[in-house]
Design a protein around this ligand. Structure first.
Ligand code: ZN
Length: 571
């Protein structure tokens, strides 16, 4: 066959993206103007003229018109099914975006009750005690069932705190779950009670599972509908890869069915998923017995799957979170407590032994493990355990720390030495930095999420949103990692601020290592997957305070457009 092009059709790129600013995030952090894409991968990167010369008859064009192309965002810590279920139609937002008082919450719930069937559960969440007026004015006051009983006497209500570690329910929900004054606290959870021993409606840590375990689960068809409606919460930001960090068998079965059906229907899968499995009876958990039992039945370990849907490993919650004073921290909370590990054990020593047993088991079975650890003591023991197994048996298992609100220098040194990464959350600093400052002072808030110190010490530092604990908006996370500014406008510890290159690497190239995919995703270089985000502004030139408002025009995964705001066209 002949045509006017120098390049034979079979060799021609499927797509060329030209006339833009391409931030490649390669080793040199170099810039280019254009990219050629073939078979889902990047075939070439260069000037617009160089790439134009590769055009063949079948080649389509995305003319960037001076806009910016970056590697697709890799959000290294989210919860997919929790995220998609944490949005309308089945979920009512009571986050700081819409709520600043209990009255605001009541208004939202009143409307929800009016639209609900008799007895139907009303789920919602996102509340943050740090910005609810009545709770800020009186630090001893908490949300309680009476805040909602009069407006919803019959419909059970379950409203999770933004972190999902705490929930508030009304009396109808307590009744539906059979929780009363005689119900014992579950291990590592608290049914908060009043002076008379009556449950107040506040459920902490694993006590929330008394509710989540009895709530009905949507069917595959219902969940697929919710997924397709709400996965845009990732794609609209240009997120192309995620680690989903709390996947129960139900979730993994959902992804598997969905992936198979999309392949059969010829639909592009919208995001690359690495799944950290939660082998626990409760939603916040993970313990040795259930992990061992699961391995006895299912041998699936790290790396199973393909580059769109793969098993990463196992997720374990080691401790709680600082706003609830449940993270195990050497820094005392305002009431003098230090939190603790939430793993089973009668004291710290037993809990630490439990943690070590899990790390030993996962390492021996070829399974990456990611530990939720917020407090510095939890981080310290987790890192010590990981370093110990890697020293004894140095195989390439990339165990890692999740969150690390506070990290001691000695832990950072071990993390650097033993290649133990951390996925951390700058975006959460934006939301809770004010609360931390108020409760614990500016020095402690200034060292919360010490990204700069860790990077300088040689730790592999990745960023992620913790969606739905915060929006999957890397722009705000990236901005906060550079400015350290909170929602209230406080600057928390400029000495922990990153520069743009460090900040962008932590959201793109660097976390590919966590997925053993550093040779094929995360940067714009020949041979890498064609995963991109198209931005309306130049990330390099923009004032850091304006990063959060940069338009995202397109999200492209494996060369296929999965989100498009209509501003640019492929022709
Ligand atoms: Zn998390």
């Amino acid at each position: 066959m002949t045509n006017n092009y120098a390049v034979p059709d079979a060799l021609a790129p499927d797509l060329i993206i030209t006339n833009g600013k391409v931030i490649t995030v390669d080793k040199e952090f170099s810039f280019a103007e254009a990219v050629a894409v073939k078979d889902g991968k990047i075939a070439a990167v260069g000037s617009s003229d160089e790439i134009e010369a590769l055009r063949g008859a079948p080649t389509k064009t995305l003319h960037l018109d001076g806009k910016t192309l970056i590697p697709g965002i890799n959000d290294s810590h989210i919860y997919i099914t929790l995220g998609i279920n944490s949005m309308p139609p089945g979920f009512f937002d009571v986050s700081p975006a819409v709520v600043s008082s209990i009255d605001d919450m009541r208004e939202i719930i009143k409307k929800a009750v009016a639209g609900a069937k008799p007895g139907q559960w009303i789920n919602g969440g996102g509340w943050n005690q740090g910005v609810i007026k009545e709770l800020v004015e009186d630090l001893s006051r908490s949300l309680c069932k009476e805040d909602f009983d009069d407006i919803s006497p019959d419909n059970p209500i379950f409203l999770t705190e933004f972190s999902y570690h705490t929930g508030i329910v009304n009396s109808a929900a307590l009744k539906a779950a059979g929780i009363d004054r005689d119900t014992p606290d579950p291990e590592d959870g608290t049914i908060v009670r009043d002076a008379d021993g009556e449950p107040t409606g506040l459920l902490m840590e694993k006590a929330t599972t008394l509710i989540t375990n009895i709530q009905p689960q949507p069917s595959y068809e219902e969940l697929r509908e919710i997924f397709e409606l709400n996965i845009t919460e990732l794609t609209k930001y240009g997120v192309t890869s995620v680690t989903s960090a709390n996947d129960r068998p139900y979730d993994i079965s959902f992804y598997s069915n969905l992936y198979r059906d999309y392949a059969a229907e010829g639909k592009p899968f919208p995001v690359r998923i690495s799944s950290l499995m939660l082998w626990a009876e409760s939603y916040i958990g993970g313990d040795y017995d259930s992990i061992e039992e699961a391995f006895n039945w299912v041998g699936t370990t790290t790396g199973f799957g393909d580059d769109f849907l793969r098993i990463a490993g196992v997720k374990v919650f080691a401790d709680g979170i600082p706003p609830q004073k449940t993270a195990w921290s050497s820094i005392p909370y305002e009431d003098g407590t230090h939190g603790s590990l939430i793993l089973a054990g009668k004291d710290d020593e037993e809990k630490v032994a439990h943690l070590n047993k899990i790390v030993d088991f996962c390492h021996a079975h070829g399974c990456q493990v990611g530990f939720h650890t917020c407090g510095d003591l939890a981080v310290k023991e987790t890192v010590k355990a990981m370093a110990r197994v890697k020293e004894a048996d140095p195989k390439d298992l990339r165990h890692y720390v999740i969150h690390g609100d506070w990290v001691m220098s000695e832990s950072m040194e071990l993390m650097a030495k033993y290649d133990i990464p951390i996925t951390t959350q700058s975006e959460l600093l934006y939301y809770i930095g004010d609360d931390t400052t108020k409760r614990l002072g500016s020095e402690i808030a200034g060292n919360q999420w010490p990204l700069k110190e860790m990077i300088d010490k040689g730790v592999r530092v990745y960023n992620g949103s913790d969606w739905p604990a915060a929006p999957a908006d890397w722009r705000r996370g990236l901005q906060t990692s550079i400015t350290r500014k909170t929602i209230g406008g406080i600057v928390c510890g400029t000495h922990q601020a990153l520069n743009m290159e460090e900040a962008l690497r932590a959201y793109t190239k660097d976390p590919a290592w966590l997925d053993y995919m550093e040779d094929r995703k995360g940067s714009i270089e020949a041979g890498m997957y064609a995963d991109f985000a198209v931005l309306g502004e130049d990330l390099i030139e923009i004032d850091p305070d304006d990063i959060e408002s940069i338009p995202v025009h397109m999200s492209i995964v494996g060369g296929k457009v999965v989100y498009d705001d209509g501003v640019l066209q492929i022709k």
